[in-house]
Design a binder for this molecule. Structure first.
Ligand code: HEM
Length: 528
């Protein structure tokens, strides 16, 4: 019930005062002081200067001035929703992870989809990889599967990630957004990084202009491990398959949609969930052991490679359903913090160098982005299982240890002494042995950069192959320096001769020699 004066001009200056009462709450400051007038600052005389004494004005402006936090350094533009994960097939024979034990059991989930290169205010239908980050609030802590909609990545070593992102983001002098047009820096870096060729085939395909988030696949990309109670390991690759199947738009549609509705994807997700049309994905796994891995020429630790589904079919073991939009975009979608190192007991990392590198990066960047080591106290990041530790203090601490004890071991006894280690339920790493010396060297097993790029290209239908050719011509035609275009053509020759010819024709360029062997080995390097 609104008061009679709701919306009526009341003040002497004709301003609108909407007053409390009749069930409408009283406006207060952050300190809870009831506010009488939210339209006029306190002045010395009606036409006089504003007084320092006006704590309500100062608090309101102070808070507004501090509303922004840094956007994510990558994946800045995203959209999230809540839901659940339900297990449909038990993996109890290969993992002790609680989330994979009991068929039919559900755990809450939060998912954030994103583009990678664009800023927070960019448009949804840029040609770009899409992030597919999933947080499952399991009984043994949060499990974050921070994936993409493409099963491979640009680089093999995380030390190249800052270079890759710098090359993909706006060029530092002109700061033109690069998401919608090609540009020299990106293709310069790519053409000098042959390991990216498999990923390039995927990003030039229709996968990078999805119809909506609801029609995208998701991939964990890296090889992970599952561990049973005895510590035995099974390798695993994770896949999300959309129950609506895959759909993309074509480039002309993408360009028009971006102009007409830059929020097309987020609106689609919001409308679908609000309309009760809940999007769902199957969770699939590819499980294998070391002997299986050893039969390939490529390395299962190399994130630029897939394990072909014809050789190892994806086994469906669960489903993810998104059935609730957020209450508040900032509190949930912006403040959510995913991290590859959040894994429960029974799931473990492999030695994929990129995965190892990511494990450092996320926590580090989130301290900067969210401003406090206590960001796990935010409801969206907090585990939903029992939790007890001795970490304390820092900005905005809301969960300090209770009582006198904040250390262990201690001798305060079971009632007062606080939490203890749990050798049975606790997280244990796979006991891997590695007798090799410390060195900066990439293994020979990471050296073939073209075979899977070719496999992907020839697996496409003729119209899909045409789209890849069109996309390459479009993108490379925007590159000003001819030598960069030529370098790209020399790689394409190693992938598919017809594709290289199509792109060369489209660019009006002559075909060069194929690129030399992909990666210099130590023997190729000049010892001087
Ligand atoms: C976000 C680093 C590779 C998927 C981020 C963020 C950083 C980062 C710093 C911002 C996180 C935040 O502010 O909360 C890296 C590094 C990589 C790497 C150093 C390689 C060395 C990958 C790969 C994938 C991926 C291979 C996919 C498998 C994502 C996703 C997000 C993200 C989905 C957005 C998470 C969200 O929605 O909040 N990454 N990344 N990244 N990354 Fe990576």
């Amino acid at each position: 019930q609104l008061s009679e004066s709701y919306g009526e001009p009341q003040g002497t200056g004709g301003e609108t005062h909407q007053v409390a009462g009749g069930g409408v709450a009283t406006l207060t400051t952050q300190q809870g002081i009831p506010v009488a007038d939210d339209q006029n600052s306190l002045k010395q005389g009606a036409r006089g200067p504003i007084l320092m004494e006006d704590f309500h004005y100062r608090e309101k402006i102070f808070h507004f001035d501090h509303e922004r936090i840094p956007e994510r350094v990558v994946h800045a533009r995203g959209y999230g929703a809540h839901g659940f994960f339900e297990l449909t097939e038990s993996l109890a024979d290969v993992t002790r992870a609680d989330v994979f034990q009991r068929v039919g059991e559900r755990v809450p989930a939060f998912v954030r989809f994103s583009t990678v290169a664009g800023s927070k205010g960019s448009f949804d239908l840029a040609r770009d990889v899409r992030g597919f980050a999933v947080k499952l609030y399991t009984n043994e802590g949060n499990w974050d599967l921070v994936g993409n909609n493409i099963p491979v990545f640009f680089i093999q070593d995380p030390i190249k990630f800052p270079d890759m992102v710098h090359a993909a983001k706006p060029e530092p002098d002109r700061a033109f957004p690069q998401a919608q047009t090609a540009h020299d820096n990106f293709w310069d870096f790519i053409s000098l990084t042959p390991e990216s060729m498999h990923m390039v085939m995927w990003i030039m395909s229709d996968r990078t202009i999805p119809r909506s988030y609801r029609f995208m696949e998701g991939f964990g990309v890296h090889t992970f491990r599952l561990l049973d109670a005895e510590g035995n390991s099974t390798f695993v690759k994770f896949h999300w398959k959309p129950q609506l199947r895959l759909q993309s738009v074509v480039w002309n549609e993408a360009v028009k949609i971006n102009g007409a509705d830059p929020d097309f994807h987020r609106r689609d997700l919001w409308d679908a969930i609000e309309g009760g049309d809940f999007p769902a994905w199957d969770l699939g796994v590819q499980l294998f052991n070391q002997e299986f891995a050893d039969q390939f020429d490529f390395d299962v630790l190399d994130p630029t490679k897939i394990i072909p589904e014809e050789i190892l079919p994806v086994r469906t073991i669960g489903r993810l359903v998104l059935d609730r939009v957020v209450d508040n975009f900032f509190a949930e979608t912006e403040q959510v913090a995913f991290c590859t190192q959040n894994v429960p007991p029974g799931i473990d990392f492999s030695n994929d160098p990129l995965l190892q590198g990511r494990n450092f990066s996320y926590l580090d960047t989130q301290l900067k982005r969210l401003g406090s080591p206590n960001f796990t106290h935010l409801p969206i990041n907090a585990p939903r299982c029992p939790m007890a530790h001795f970490q304390q203090d820092g900005h905005m601490a809301m969960r300090n240890p209770k009582g006198r004890v904040n250390y262990e071991p201690n001798s305060w006894g079971p009632q007062m002494g606080g939490p203890r280690e749990d050798p049975l339920r606790g997280f244990r790493s796979f006991a891997e042995t590695n007798p090799e010396p410390k060195q900066r060297l990439r293994p020979e097993s990471f050296a073939d950069h073209y075979s899977q790029a070719r496999q992907f290209f020839i697996s496409q239908t003729p119209i899909e192959q045409k789209h890849i050719g069109d996309a390459l011509v479009f993108e490379l035609s925007k590159v000003e320096r001819p030598d960069i275009r030529i370098r790209m053509l020399s790689h394409l020759l190693n992938i598919d001769a017809d594709l290289a010819q199509t792109v060369a024709d489209g660019l009006g360029a002559a075909l060069p020699q194929p690129a030399q062997a992909a990666m210099p080995t130590r023997d190729d390097l000049d010892p001087s």
